[in-house]
Design a protein around this ligand. Structure first.
Ligand SMILES: Nc1ncnc2c1ncn2[C@@H]1O[C@H](COP(=O)(O)OP(=O)(O)OP(=O)(O)O)[C@@H](O)[C@H]1O
Ligand SMILES: [Mg+2]
Length: 270
């Protein structure tokens, strides 16, 4: 499967059919789409149009019934469950509407969880979790449990957890769906900054205001693509100090939000 080197995701004649008793539900009906590395896509469309189905397939949480899915040039449509979870663990990050944190675990342990499965030792994992918690402005909340956090803070923990494996692609299914609009904007600022740092982002959302942050908007209808909007998109809502990389080419630790929940600065890609 030749790629131009920029491609990260490609669906070819992608079908997903759910068997419901005697009835077939055709959730994806021959979708063809290609996403490039570093892109920021919003997937939109009415309820039942296939957004989550598409996201689950792209995120290797589910398999196609027919057609092909190439992830970074590799055909993953025929992989078994173990191979798919391995791919998710190593290359993908997930953010969900309901945060999906483990209530019994502290912020630090929640963030560390993927590293545990990746076999990292405790000291290195703790260090990585602390670094990521600081980047999302929660360095002072490491020993809190999710119930002791606000919705926006919980989502930031989920973002930190999604970043532990330095994912190639971040999938976000309604990441602001359970948040008030001001908090939603803070979360979008973090996603925008991650995208500027080179992460590919694929986000499902119902809200045009949220989709407006993406570079491209894919509108689904009845299991297929209705239309694609490109161009105009929102940038950061808060001013960014926008430091370029130091002249020696080294990267400073990137901070996405300050402890006071104010968006302050991010190290941008030059
Ligand atoms: N596990 C499943 N079993 C059977 N049918 C399913 C399953 N998941 C989704 N469907 C059906 O597939 C279609 C697409 O569902 P999907 O969840 O992808 O829609 P959506 O666009 O994400 O909707 P929403 O905006 O409500 O989240 C719907 O008709 C739905 O009922
Ligand atoms: Mg859905």
């Amino acid at each position: 499967m030749p790629t131009n080197g920029h491609e990260i995701v490609r669906l070819e004649n992608a079908w997903k059919v759910y068997q419901m008793g005697t009835e077939d539900v055709k959730a994806l009906r021959g979708v063809n789409i290609m996403f490039e590395k570093g892109d920021f896509w919003a997937i939109m469309g009415p309820s039942g149009s296939g957004k989550s189905t598409m996201m689950n397939v792209l995120g290797c949480l589910d398999r196609l019934s027919d057609g092909a899915y190439y992830l970074d040039g590799k055909d993953v449509s025929q992989l078994d469950d173990d191979a798919l979870s391995e791919l998710r663990l190593r290359y993908l990050g997930f953010i969900f509407q309901s945060f999906n944190l483990i209530p019994q675990l502290t912020v630090q342990r929640n963030i560390e969880l993927p590293l545990y499965y990746l076999g990292w030792d405790a000291a290195r994992s703790a260090e990585r979790a602390k670094e990521l918690a600081e980047q999302v402005g929660l360095g002072d909340r490491l020993s809190h449990r999710p119930t002791e956090l606000s919705g926006g803070q919980m989502q930031r923990v989920a973002i930190a957890r999604a970043l532990t494996n330095d994912p190639q692609v971040i999938f976000a299914d309604e990441p602001t769906g359970n948040l008030d609009s001001a908090t939603g904007v803070q979360i979008m600022d973090i996603l925008v900054k991650l995208n500027k740092l080179g992460k590919t982002i694929v986000m499902v959302t119902h809200e045009p205001d949220i989709a407006a942050y993406a570079h491209r908007r894919l509108h689904m209808i009845d299991g297929n693509i209705d239309r694609i909007e490109e161009g105009e998109h929102r940038t950061l809502t808060a001013p960014s100090a926008g430091h370029a990389s130091p002249p020696d080419g080294s990267r400073r630790a990137e901070t996405f939000v300050a402890p006071g929940e104010d968006v302050t600065h991010a190290t941008r890609k030059a």
